[in-house]
Design a protein around this ligand. Structure first.
Ligand SMILES: [Zn+2]
Length: 138
């Protein structure tokens, strides 16, 4: 399957994430001073403003914090509606926005806040694999 959507730009400060994604690992930035994980990758910790950051391998597990069924979209996403976007509470802390998989957008009442999800990676091209989250239990 060829990936038809625009892909993010890779920068030096996000390279560990993309290298991990290509290997099927969810890499997360963590502050070595306050020990908190943050998402998205930044040059300073959003919690304590330290620049003493490291990358850790996350569990790839989380829970649904909230979700929305998208009924209208533009560009290449217009052909995909309806689909579900969600904020995932990462097991290690902070949240990640995603397209949620393993759910039926026509039955939003079946999507449960707090549902257990796991990350999966899909190749967008030879250099980039993108993370998506899938509900693994109701
Ligand atoms: Zn910090």
């Amino acid at each position: 399957m060829s990936y038809k959507f625009p892909v993010p730009t890779q920068g030096t400060h996000t390279r560990p994430f993309w290298e991990g994604a290509k290997a099927g690992k969810l890499m997360l930035p963590r502050c070595q001073d306050c020990n908190r994980v943050h998402w998205y990758p930044r040059f300073i910790c959003p919690h304590c403003h330290s620049t003493n950051l490291e990358w850790i391998q996350g569990s790839g597990e989380g829970t649904v914090h909230t979700y929305a069924v998208q009924h209208m979209a533009f560009g290449p996403w217009a052909e995909e509606v309806p689909y579900v976007t969600a904020y995932i509470d990462l097991k290690e802390g902070d949240r990640m926005l995603t397209v949620l998989r393993g759910v039926d957008p026509s039955k939003p009442e079946e999507i449960r806040i707090g549902a257990h999800v796991k990350v999966e990676f899909e190749p967008a091209n030879d250099d980039m694999h993108l993370p998506f989250w899938r509900v693994v239990e109701g």
